[in-house]
Design a protein around this ligand. Structure first.
Ligand SMILES: [Ca+2]
Length: 426
């Protein structure tokens, strides 16, 4: 108990100290559990993730679950069901999936019965019937049968297509929609209707889409006729995140028209506006999905309204739930988006910190292992000179190892001394 007290007092490990409400976890209790059954204190699920979620602590949205409208051919439907059954469809060499809206593509998780066949996989995206291939496919093994597939695609997709002989071996496809980083972040609004506990700004990031907002449960600006003619709602994240999709849930009970023609603006940490969206439709939506043209590093989002409709005499901003989907900003990784390890020479992979290219002298999945004694340089591929006095003083980054064994000189001890000079200094 005392040890825990000291850990908490000095803030060494906040996750160990936080006591979160049931269904939440994290250093600030900022994450919602997405487990089918029991959720442990650190968010790990006992058993499977809830439908629609996968990956690290089940925090990654599977857009197949939320946005799928059709699969072609129809008998490929089972490939998009996230379960433990792995029945591949032998005759298949092409499969496509349509979305209800334009979505960004980042990566997908594939379960396959034949790892070797994946090299023949082709991925393309379609928008407005214009098909464009995704290039530079990269495969990262998750377990014996599961791979995360990354590739470079231009623009958004209304259809995702997989083709090639390898499709016949695939048994599950999950398509990443990012994780919601807006949950329980700092929020404010220009005014509040009724009371903070009923209609405060936090209600829009509490992870709950309420069936009714009439009593409580949604953010809502004031109806005081003398106040707030230009209402807005603001969220400021604990750190910048790479966001590619915003989702706004409208209230479900009444007055949904209040969001018609709303504006959304995103800012970076320098308070520079980096993305603006103005709703154009005269008909309200129950769920607005706003896709960014590319992932942007966002720190703050403001939703505002200047117009009013129906019987209203003033504009309001009322939000049932706001979500911001994306990843850690470049150079960070993991659930808490900590910096990539110091010896990574490229941006590490956000989900697990894997680094593609290490600085010379380091190796390992996260570039956190120095080369073993006697090795140096990029990928630890250099071998220290056998004329180093000892392999233990060979610099792992550049192979320099002076002092040398008698008879040799140079930074890498690979130059022989001039004749007769047994001990040479130059
Ligand atoms: Ca809510």
């Amino acid at each position: 108990m005392w040890i825990l007290f000291i850990i908490c007092l000095w803030n060494i490990n906040r996750a160990a100290c936080a006591v979160c409400d049931i269904g939440r976890f994290g250093s600030r209790c900022q994450y919602k559990c997405h487990c089918k059954n029991v959720c442990q204190d650190d968010g790990t699920c006992v058993g499977e993730c809830a439908d629609g979620w996968f990956g690290l602590q089940c925090q990654y949205q599977n857009v197949v679950y939320f946005y799928k409208t059709a699969v072609s051919p129809i008998n490929a439907e089972t490939l998009f069901t996230n379960n433990n059954v792995c029945n591949n469809i032998n005759s298949l060499n092409e499969v496509s999936i349509d979305w209800s809206t334009t979505l960004p593509f980042s990566w997908m998780r594939i379960k396959t019965l034949n790892n070797g066949a994946l090299s023949t996989l082709r991925v393309s995206i379609k928008e407005s019937n214009l098909e464009s291939p995704c290039t530079n496919l990269r495969f990262f093994q998750v377990d014996a049968m599961t791979f995360d597939v990354y590739c470079d695609c231009n623009g958004g997709m209304t259809t995702l297509k997989l083709a090639g002989d390898s499709v016949a071996s695939i048994c599950t496809i999950l398509v990443n929609g990012g994780r919601n980083v807006a949950l329980f972040q700092n929020t404010s609004q220009t005014s509040t209707y009724s009371s903070e506990s009923n209609f405060g700004s936090q209600k829009a990031v509490d992870g709950v889409v309420e069936p009714t907002c009439s009593d409580k449960g949604c953010s809502h600006t004031t109806n005081d006729p003398n106040r707030d003619p230009h209402p807005s709602w603001t969220v400021i994240f604990d750190q910048p995140y790479a966001i590619d999709k915003f989702v706004i849930y409208n209230r479900k009970d009444d007055s949904q028209f209040r969001l018609i023609h709303f504006s959304l603006e995103a800012f970076d940490k320098k308070n520079t506006s980096i993305f603006r969206h103005k709703d154009q439709s005269d008909i309200y939506e129950l769920v607005y999905t706003i896709v960014l043209p590319a992932a942007l590093t966002v720190y703050q989002v403001i939703i505002s309204q200047t117009e009013f409709f129906d019987s209203d005499k003033r504009p309001y901003v009322s939000i049932n739930e706001f979500e911001a989907y994306g990843e850690c900003s470049p150079g960070r990784y993991g659930l808490y988006c900590v910096p990539c390890t110091g010896h990574c020479d490229s941006q590490c992979r956000a989900i697990d910190g894997h680094c593609d290219v290490c600085f010379p002298g380091y190796k390992g999945d996260k570039c956190d292992e120095a080369c073993p004694p006697g090795k140096y340089g990029p990928n630890c591929s250099g071998t220290c000179s056998q004329h180093c006095f000892t392999e233990y003083n060979c610099d792992n980054t550049n192979g320099n190892c002076a002092p040398c064994k008698p008879g040799y000189k140079g930074g890498k001890c690979n130059e022989g001394c001039t004749f007769l000079a047994f001990f040479c200094l130059f």
